[in-house]
Design a protein around this ligand. Structure first.
Ligand code: ATP
Ligand code: FE
Length: 328
């Protein structure tokens, strides 16, 4: 038995079939980088149109690739928020229609809970309690997870998310979308000669990244001859310094068994390496999603939906653009 997971909260149309143990029987994803590249960010109206074109063929391909029929489905899990309203609506309306036609129940899933469950895909596990850091395109937060349904927020960003900062710095440096991987690669070739600010590093669990982004832009204006690889290296160094300092502080003040990093930025090899060091210092297990499950995907939504089934929680498939972390 599988859950069919549907994710359309932002700019990826992604559909997966996943069993209770997190084995992914099929995954089909259509990205929209070419649609939004010229705008330097996701253009909401175009995103929902692209989802509309992609969603049914993507569902069909996923079902075929798993060799599944509707009778093999325990439920359809679909992202209900947070995300762009128009994008969410396409996934939700599709899930609703399929539920009616196939006679399979539909569950509205919290996208952030999906990211948290991404570490459970492909046989991964997470000891609890855990300190979890969600670093994505729309969020940057650190929380303590007591169990799967009891999560207390320690702090989040006051302005930009880390992922946004990667994307904007990539734009400043003239790299294409997606910005994250391009910066990772370039940073490896440069030296962090320049010291960039580390906003809010010294205290607490809140973050601020807009100053770092502006510092990069100012430096490139002031000294356009600065090698972009060096700039990327300095940016990555500053970002990782802030993220690992916060993770380290969280583990000192709120002891846990695991350090878990999820969200698109958890795909960064530099972030993964730095967090390994933090986890070793505190002698806790480091839990990372396999790189391909760090960014948005239907598989993590399907696995999260299994938890809802187990608890008999079934939020309606209605869009909630600002759904917070603590809500199912
Ligand atoms: P949210 O989940 O908060 O609603 P989102 O779904 O848009 O936001 P994700 O798909 O989890 O975000 O992550 C996308 C972000 O991750 C982008 O900002 C991108 O730059 C960043 N990212 C992706 N790959 C990498 C990488 N290898 N290194 C650094 N950042 C990366
Ligand atoms: Fe996401």
């Amino acid at each position: 038995r599988f859950v069919l997971g549907i994710e359309t909260s932002c700019d990826d149309t992604s559909v997966a079939l996943v069993d209770r143990n997190g084995n992914v029987a099929a995954i089909e994803t259509m990205t929209q980088f070419d649609v939004h590249e010229a705008f330097g960010g996701v253009y909401p109206e175009l995103a929902s149109r692209a989802h509309l074109d992609a969603i049914l063929p993507t569902v069909q391909k996923a079902m075929q690739s798993a060799n599944a029929t509707p009778a093999d489905l325990a439920a359809i899990g679909v992202t209900r928020g947070p995300g762009l309203i128009g994008s969410l609506l396409v996934g939700l309306a599709t899930a609703d229609a399929l539920s009616l036609v196939w006679g399979v129940p539909v569950i509205g899933v919290n996208h952030l809970r999906g990211h948290l469950r991404s570490v459970g895909l492909d046989g991964g596990s997470m000891p609890l309690p855990a300190i979890v850091m969600l670093v994505s395109g729309g969020h940057t937060l650190i929380a303590r997870m007591e169990n799967e349904w009891d999560i207390s927020l320690l702090g989040s960003t006051r302005d930009d998310s880390v992922g946004e900062c990667y994307d904007k710095v990539a734009r400043t440096l003239g790299l294409g979308m997606p910005g994250g991987p391009a910066i990772d690669r370039l940073a490896r070739e440069g030296t962090p000669a320049l010291r960039l600010p580390r906003p809010m590093k010294a205290e607490g669990f809140e973050f601020s990244f807009s100053g770092l982004k502006s510092a990069v832009a100012r430096q490139m204006e002031k000294a356009p001859e600065t090698p972009v690889a060096d700039m990327a290296a300095a940016f990555v160094e500053a970002t990782i310094d802030v993220l690992s300092t916060k993770a380290d502080r969280a583990l000192s003040e709120h002891p846990a068994k695991a350090l878990t990093i999820v969200g698109g930025v958890a795909a960064s090899p530099q972030v993964r390496e730095a967090m390994q060091t933090v986890a070793q210092t505190h002698n806790v297990t480091l839990c990372l999603p396999p790189t391909k499950w760090a960014t948005d995907n239907g598989a993590m939504i399907a696995l999260a939906a299994w938890d809802y089934i187990e608890r008999d929680i079934s939020p309606a498939p209605v869009p909630k653009p600002n759904l917070p972390l603590g809500t199912p």
